[in-house]
Design a protein around this ligand. Structure first.
Ligand code: SF4
Ligand code: SF4
Ligand code: FES
Length: 276
């Protein structure tokens, strides 16, 4: 070990000791949380105060409130690492993963509100029923690869085509993008619009180098792509940083326009129908 490395380890150890002394001797910091409590029949915000410390995230505070004063508070979570997509909620009115929202980044001089996602029916407290999303996914035409390119059953693809869809695969199905989208959140178009998560999923299929299906008709009609007016709110809340609007939705809209609103293609379709 070099002198400078060992020196920096000693210094960082000293700093950690100083921080620990300060917290031991200092006054514990408290924060107030207004947490939505209720079920499908309605509910209201309840106020809880708990001790907070450096490094805590909103989910830690909720767990602390659960153990100290609200044993029956319902909250869904699994990984506490931003990877399972279970702990989605609205923190100070913004769709967030509770396990990735640091208290340091919030103004703790004011109460922090924690509410369930608004675009889906409440089950209890912070838990919502997101099963509509799983039904939507089933309605999207499945991946249909072309026949293998080579006799040994394998395919050949350009790396650029493979790379293009990788971004969409990062989705953790937290449904925060669905929650923030005004088409679902404010206009309740759940029957006629699949939402940004599933437009991204469709883009991954449509742009897949092996897929053979044209999903533009279902995008235009049953899946309601026309409702999206490219506000980009979905892209802003995505915890995986997927460029939902620019890389998924806009290219899909362009495909729909090319296929269904191009007068030349419309003429060709008409001619084909007549000659059948
Ligand atoms: S860009 Fe489209 S899908 Fe995304 S939030 Fe806005 S309207 Fe919804
Ligand atoms: S696209 Fe992003 S915000 Fe939407 S469900 Fe996937 S990870 Fe969550
Ligand atoms: S607990 Fe898994 S993403 Fe938050």
């Amino acid at each position: 070990m070099t002198a400078s490395v060992s020196q920096s380890i000693v210094e960082s150890g000293q700093r950690a000791a100083e921080r620990s002394d300060a917290s031991a001797g200092g006054v514990a910091k408290k924060a107030t949380f207004k947490v939505w409590r209720g079920d499908s029949n309605g509910g209201k915000l309840e106020t809880y105060t708990t001790e907070v410390s450096e490094g805590m995230v909103v989910l830690d505070a909720i767990h602390q409130i659960q153990s100290e004063s609200a044993n029956d508070l319902a909250v869904r979570w699994n990984c506490k690492a931003g990877k399972c997509g279970s702990c989605s909620a609205e923190v100070n009115g913004m769709p967030k993963l509770m396990c990735m929202t640091r208290l340091n980044d919030l103004d703790l001089s004011e109460p922090v509100t924690v509410e369930p996602m608004r675009a889906f029916p409440p089950v209890r407290d912070l838990v919502t029923d997101v099963s509509w999303n799983f039904e939507v996914k089933k309605r999207i035409t499945k991946f249909t690869p072309r026949a293998p390119d080579v006799a040994d059953g394998t395919w050949r693809m350009d790396q650029a085509d493979v790379d293009r869809v990788q971004e969409f695969r990062k989705c953790i199905e937290c449904f925060l993008c669905q929650d923030v989208c005004h088409v679902l959140r404010d206009h309740n178009k759940h029957d006629s619009f699949i939402g940004p998560r599933f437009l991204t999923y469709t883009a991954a299929l449509e742009m897949h180098p092996l897929d053979t299906v044209d999903r533009t008709a279902e995008l235009k009609e049953a899946h309601g792509i026309g409702y999206c007016n490219i506000t980009k709110c979905c892209t802003k809340v995505c915890p995986e940083g997927i460029t939902i609007t620019d890389n998924a939705i806009i290219p899909l809209k362009e495909r729909v326009v090319d296929e269904h609103y191009d007068p030349l293609r419309a003429l060709v379709r008409l001619f084909r129908r007549k000659s059948q």
